[in-house]
Design a protein around this ligand. Structure first.
Ligand code: UDX
Length: 423
């Protein structure tokens, strides 16, 4: 098939290279010139396991990058993969969706064959039918039955996005007419996974509900963990026993500093605001958010209990990325920790194997170290924020500290004299 992917961020770029890997001819449309040119050179600005190898395999063969909407003139399916970042008051900012639909519509004006437009971006229920369909139709001046529309949410985890694309648990395709849905389905031919066909709004909601449920599992584990801590119980032992019930599953029950990243916090906020806008009280969702926001503060409470005032103290912060295997620091739990430490007068020495540069763009006035040992040297305490496997091996390196005060926000360290925040 001939596929165009609009947007060269995490989702768009991964989807484009994976569609090329499935044997399609793919055009990637990225209007940001810097981002497009680094993708064209084979070195994307994001780090994602396996991505560069696939990109260089297909670049200029079955994958073409363009800053205009003419990359693949006879495209059959367009996948809209632009960002929907958190906007004012927690509502997602849909301006990129809107302008992508306008440009896409204009590029379809002179075409007379059938096309399918698939929304992959995460959008609130009702957006595809209420914004995407009318905008594309208006700007293309085409009749409703000449363009099919689908909603096909992505469930890609950063760091494992290529693997998740090629081996998903399910592929959800929401459409209001079966021809469009069949076309979208055939783009995934070659992938072995159950296909779930739904209406468009259901597909939009499946994405939000999935992320909200996973976030709920994490906050639940954290709340139980906080109780466990008071009772001298290991929450990891508890959750192992809980997760063996197949109705619960063992995944996303790791207690600690809470969830970050570009999806969970944003999607949770969007769902809460959607509910509030309809005068529904999102009681569970709000609690999930509250528990998550409290976890970093609990780390600092524990730290103060151990070493007293933080004024002038050197604190090593290990891990800046919102999770391991990524350089992404968006909504990372290390951000509120660093900001509070700074406010309390601490001197911060931070280290992350991949994310130092990204965090530097956000917070400049702390010390960034190129090795964990540099951050630990002469530190009064260490806070562990990201589950990088390399941290699991640290032990005698902590002897470089003034005192071995080690507080773990992710269960990864193997040394014995650490203290977990909720276990
Ligand atoms: C998530 C969803 O998993 C994915 O399906 C969706 O499409 C995008 O959002 P991602 O943001 O890449 O993916 O990260 P994920 O691996 O889900 O972790 C999110 C956060 O939760 C991380 O900060 C992680 O450290 C935290 N987490 C995860 C926990 O605190 N405990 C857990 O048990 C699991």
């Amino acid at each position: 098939m001939k596929i165009s992917v609009i947007g060269g961020g995490y989702v768009g770029l991964v989807s484009a290279v994976c569609f090329a890997q499935l044997g399609h001819t793919v055009g990637l449309i990225e209007i940001d010139i810097d981002r497009a040119s680094s993708i064209s050179r084979g070195s994307p600005q994001i780090y994602e396991k396996g991505l560069e190898a696939l990109l260089s395999k297909h670049l200029e063969k079955s994958l073409h990058v363009s800053t205009a909407y003419d990359a693949i003139p006879d495209t059959e399916i367009f996948f809209i993969c632009v960002g929907t970042p958190e906007g004012d008051n927690g509502h997602p900012d849909l301006s990129m969706i809107q302008s992508a639909c306008q440009s896409l519509g204009r590029s379809l004006i002179d075409m007379d064959s059938y096309h399918v437009v698939v929304v992959k971006s995460t959008v609130p229920p009702g957006t595809t039918e209420g914004l995407v369909v009318p905008t594309v139709l208006e700007h293309s001046q085409r009749a409703g039955d000449e363009i099919g529309f689908c909603m096909n949410p992505e469930f890609l985890r950063e760091g494992r996005a290529v693997e998740d694309f090629m081996h998903p648990d399910r592929i959800v395709i929401g459409s209001n007419d079966s021809r469009a849905g069949d076309w979208a389905e055939s783009a995934y031919r070659g992938i072995e996974a159950p296909i779930v066909r739904t209406g468009i709004k259901s597909a939009e909601m499946i994405k939000y509900a999935s992320n909200a449920f996973l976030a709920t599992k994490i906050s639940f584990a954290n709340e139980i963990g906080n109780l466990c801590k008071r009772l001298g119980i290991d929450v990891y032992e508890v959750m192992e026993g809980v997760g063996m019930d197949h109705r619960i599953s063992p995944h996303f029950l790791d207690a600690g500093a809470g969830f970050g990243g570009s999806c969970f916090p944003k999607d949770l906020s969007a769902l809460i605001h959607l509910a509030e806008g309809m005068n529904e009280e999102p009681l569970i969702l709000r609690s999930v958010q509250n528990v998550n926001e409290r976890q970093p503060a609990r780390m600092l409470e524990l730290l103060q209990k151990k070493i007293g005032s933080l004024e002038g103290k050197r604190i090593a912060v290990l891990g800046l990325a919102f999770k391991n295997d990524t350089d992404d620091v968006r909504q990372s739990r290390s951000i509120p920790v660093i900001l509070s430490l700074r406010e309390m007068g601490a001197r911060i020495a931070a280290y992350d194997p991949r994310a130092n540069d990204n965090m530097k763009k956000m917070i400049h006035d702390i010390e960034y170290c190129s090795r964990a040992t540099d951050a630990l040297r002469d530190a009064d305490a260490c806070l562990l924020m990201t589950e990088w496997p390399e941290f699991g091996l640290l032990d005698e390196e902590f002897d470089l500290m003034k005192n071995r005060v080690i507080i773990e926000g992710r269960r990864i360290l193997s040394c014995q004299d650490k203290e977990g925040i909720c276990w």
